[in-house]
Design a protein around this ligand. Structure first.
Ligand SMILES: Cc1cc2nc3c(=O)[nH]c(=O)nc-3n(C[C@H](O)[C@H](O)[C@H](O)COP(=O)(O)OP(=O)(O)OC[C@H]3O[C@@H](n4cnc5c(N)ncnc54)[C@H](O)[C@@H]3O)c2cc1C
Length: 409
């Protein structure tokens, strides 16, 4: 008998959601996470504004997490897409889709609180092995043996009593874009560095945002302002690597003046800006996402450009699919780590992964280009979207996360 049915490496957004889903289905689960649960410096749960698709809300409801998150979530009622200095413009409206909201915006920190809080209480359904990391693992015929080590320097009363080896039927790698587990397995991946960074900060404009999310394409890269609670907006500003240092060196007043010049005055004057952070933008797609006794999910399996706010939305659909496959196998008494079971999961997810990677990559390249023919293409594209209701509906449903399996089985 193994210690657990499933060991999840990584308690970030995707790993924590999977822990909720598997515990709900009665599986024995451990989550190994290097950052202390209450750490203010946990990079997965920082101040970035995360746009949750409507389908993601449905999954979070199924996990019992939405009640804790809902008060921190600002509904997106409209999306305005425009190209600075050009004619293209399109607008998506929740009323056209007959839903309360196209999506919701929360901070990573809010998500962290809602996900980790219930897991951390005794009887929360999963054992949290924390702060610790997966150092290595060995795949055997009946189990995977996972070597766990406490994180050096992290304050941990339990470090001495922490088990050094854990066994399970399945190891799930949810250890992020630079996944050591994927690397250790030697799985090749498609990789591309966009040579852009995303600069994020929360800003407060003079006018209320009224639930409108703005995606504005500028000659230096796309800029999104997402509606947040307390009439703040979450800024995600894509800038070329060469321009990053200059932008970060600006004091708050000059930073807001630069933003105003890029975005315009639709929200009046920007009055305050919070802490700025920045992330390199990369595309990664692992060629294989399951092997005997290992599944790779979330950013560890696919990291996409944040241009359309799809990364976590894609990862939580992995969670819904994997939880469904494992619950079926558990009920039928099948080996959860067998390739036969895991391939059902991989097969179910292949199309969604490819579609989102292709779409976000194409958008990132198209909208990063100052070349005149590409500008024309994107402006005509937005015009077509605005005048062709079926096309617009398809885009709205994809953005809402409703084109691919978005409910827990
Ligand atoms: C600027 C920006 C804006 C974004 N906006 C959106 C958005 O609007 N909507 C959206 O859906 N997505 C968005 N994303 C994407 C989203 O943030 C990611 O897709 C999501 O955080 C991925 O979660 P994850 O759990 O897979 O990985 P991570 O959040 O990277 O978590 C990995 C976890 O694994 C742990 N770990 C690492 N190594 C080990 C080890 N050896 N053992 C155990 N644990 C380990 C880490 O400590 C971490 O907690 C955005 C991303 C960026 C950069």
């Amino acid at each position: 008998m193994t210690d657990y049915d499933v060991i999840i490496a990584g308690g970030g957004m995707v790993g924590a959601c999977l822990a909720h889903a598997l515990a709900r289905d009665g599986l024995r689960v451990a989550v190994v996470e290097p950052f202390p649960l209450d750490s203010a410096s946990q990079p997965s749960y920082d101040d970035r504004a995360i746009a949750l698709a409507y389908g993601t809300r449905c999954i979070l409801e199924g996990l019992g997490v939405w009640d804790g998150l809902g008060p921190a979530a600002e509904p997106i009622r409209e999306v305005h897409v425009s190209d600075r200095g050009h004619f293209g413009f399109t607008r998506l409206d929740a009323r056209d889709e007959e839903v309360e909201a196209l999506g919701y915006v929360v901070t990573g920190r809010d998500l962290g609180r809602a996900l980790l809080g219930p897991l951390a209480v005794a009887g929360g359904g999963a054992d949290l092995v924390c702060p610790a990391r997966v150092r290595d693992f060995a795949i055997g015929p009946d189990e995977v043996r996972v070597a766990v080590e406490p994180v050096p320097g992290a304050a941990s009363d339990g470090a001495a009593s922490m088990p050094r080896t854990l066994t399970a039927a399945l190891l799930v790698a949810a250890d992020g874009g630079r996944s050591a587990i994927r690397a250790r397995l030697g799985i090749p991946q498609r990789e591309h560095a966009y040579r852009h960074h995303a600069v994020i900060a929360n800003v407060t404009p003079a006018l209320p945002h009224r639930g409108v999310a703005y995606e504005r394409f500028t000659d230096s890269g796309p800029l999104a302002l997402l509606p947040m609670t307390d009439d703040r907006c979450g800024l995600v500003w894509t800038v070329r690597d060469d321009d990053l240092a200059d932008l970060l060196a600006l004091d708050d007043r000059r930073f807001l003046a630069r933003l105003q010049e890029r975005f315009g005055f639709r929200l009046g004057r920007f009055g305050a800006v919070g802490r700025r952070s920045h992330y390199p933008l990369e595309l990664r797609l692992a060629h294989t996402q399951v092997l005997e006794r290992v599944a790779i999910i979330g950013n560890a399996a696919h990291t996409v450009h944040p241009i359309a706010g799809q990364g976590f939305n894609l990862g939580i659909r992995d969670v819904a699919a994997l939880a469904g496959v494992l619950a079926d196998a558990h009920r039928d008494g099948r080996d959860l780590g067998s390739l036969g079971v895991l391939e059902r999961y991989a097969e179910a997810r292949r199309r969604d992964h490819r579609a989102v990677v292709l779409a976000t990559d194409a958008l990132a390249r198209l909208f990063a280009s100052p070349a005149a023919p590409l500008q024309l293409v994107r402006n005509l594209g937005m015009l077509a979207l605005d005048t062709l209701p079926p096309l617009k509906r398809a885009l709205a449903r994809a953005a809402m996360g409703l084109s691919a399996g978005s409910r827990l089985p």
